[in-house]
Design a protein around this ligand. Structure first.
Ligand code: ATP
Length: 329
């Protein structure tokens, strides 16, 4: 399919795109999600109708953007990409809506960050494919109601809890993306090694997968670093030992935690006696943004039971204490 990208921000980096699957069938894992998507895509094609709006939520780097870019390719329709923070006022949204071809996909990343006025403007666009446009200014201004082409909105968010109910309810299909298994990540690593023209031993891809926090984007970043490492220090072939050495040099530990993850845990241990501690207080102490910690650091720590959330704040577990102790040099 053609791809028209109109964007208000930088979108995914060139590097991300080079490893990104080009069709849903090329994606690894997320089997149930892929099967449900296949059903709605098939049905839309058979009925000759636009696909219903789709909302993806889940931690960063698990494939929300990948799904959003594969769907239009599979359907052979145009694609436009923007994001919540890039849409400050309804007028910022108008060009996307009026440029949308019939059945094309409009992808809004970080949709939980849409200002209220923009969100409300989306409602009638999503429901009735109609928008109000103001022509002229001041006393001469008049509003016309414009019919737009039936399109499909794909929204992505790391914070589905921050979406208002009226917006959430306008998505007939809502999919939650969860962390990948090590086997799935190892498969992604093997495929991407081919795309990056580097050879890799199977035990090395498994080791990298175990240290990639269940996240394809992290696995890709590890792989790129290790590729550089083996190119610089060896003959360009990735063995288990070289993968371990490369990750050691990057200070990625056996659980796949990096400096920021360990700093988060050790801050709670050192400053807050292991917790409970509030996110804001931890963020201030670390000199980090609370959103970054909540989106990028906490989900995997919670998932692996290094951290628990209580009504009074974050608490580290015995497993975390032991791990941080062990890692201390
Ligand atoms: P964000 O919300 O921050 O944009 P995301 O969840 O949209 O994150 P993507 O950008 O889609 O994450 O994924 C990052 C990279 O991980 C992709 O470029 C792709 O290489 C790889 N990837 C993600 N999901 C899969 C998958 N299911 N199969 C193979 N590769 C994947």
């Amino acid at each position: 399919g053609r791809e028209t990208v109109l964007r208000g921000d930088d979108g995914p980096s060139e590097e991300d795109r080079s490893l990104r699957p080009q069709s849903i069938s090329e994606m690894v894992g997320q089997l149930e999600v892929r099967e449900r998507l296949k059903v709605v895509v098939d049905a839309a094609v058979k009925r000759d109708e636009p696909l219903g709006h789709i909302l993806f939520d889940g931690p960063p780097g698990l494939g929300k953007t990948t799904f959003a870019t594969c769907i239009p390719k599979d359907l052979g329709v145009n694609f436009q990409l923007t994001s919540g923070p890039a849409l400050q006022a309804p007028k910022d949204l108008v060009p996307y809506l009026t440029n949308a071809d019939e059945r094309s996909i409009l992808f809004i990343d970080e949709i939980h960050r849409l200002p209220k006025a923009v969100e409300e403007y989306l409602y009638t666009a999503m429901e009735d494919f109609r928008i109000d446009i103001v022509l002229g200014e001041g006393t001469n201004a008049r509003t016309i109601n414009l019919q737009i082409k039936p399109f499909t909105l794909i929204g992505a968010t790391t914070r589905s809890g921050m979406l208002t109910a009226p917006l959430r309810d306008r998505f007939p299909l809502r999919e939650h993306l969860d962390f990948y298994t090590n086997e799935e990540l190892a498969e992604i690593i093997r495929r991407n090694a081919v795309k990056l023209s580097v050879t890799i031993e199977d035990d090395a891809s498994l080791e990298i997968s175990e240290r990639s926090r269940g996240t394809p984007r992290v696995a890709n970043n590890r792989l790129r670093w290790i590729r550089d490492y083996v190119t610089s220090k060896a003959d360009g072939h990735i063995t288990l030992q070289l993968a371990r050495d490369a990750m050691k040099m990057q200070e990625i530990d056996t659980l796949g935690l990096d400096n920021q993850d360990r700093k988060y845990l050790s801050t709670i241990i050192r400053v807050f006696g292991g917790g409970p501690a509030g996110l804001e207080a931890i963020a201030h102490t670390m000199n980090a943004a609370p959103e970054t910690l909540a989106d990028e650091v906490e989900p995997f720590l919670l998932r692996t039971e290094l951290l628990v959330r209580t009504p009074r704040g974050r608490v580290v577990t015995a497993k975390a204490l032991e791990h941080v102790q062990k890692y201390k040099k």
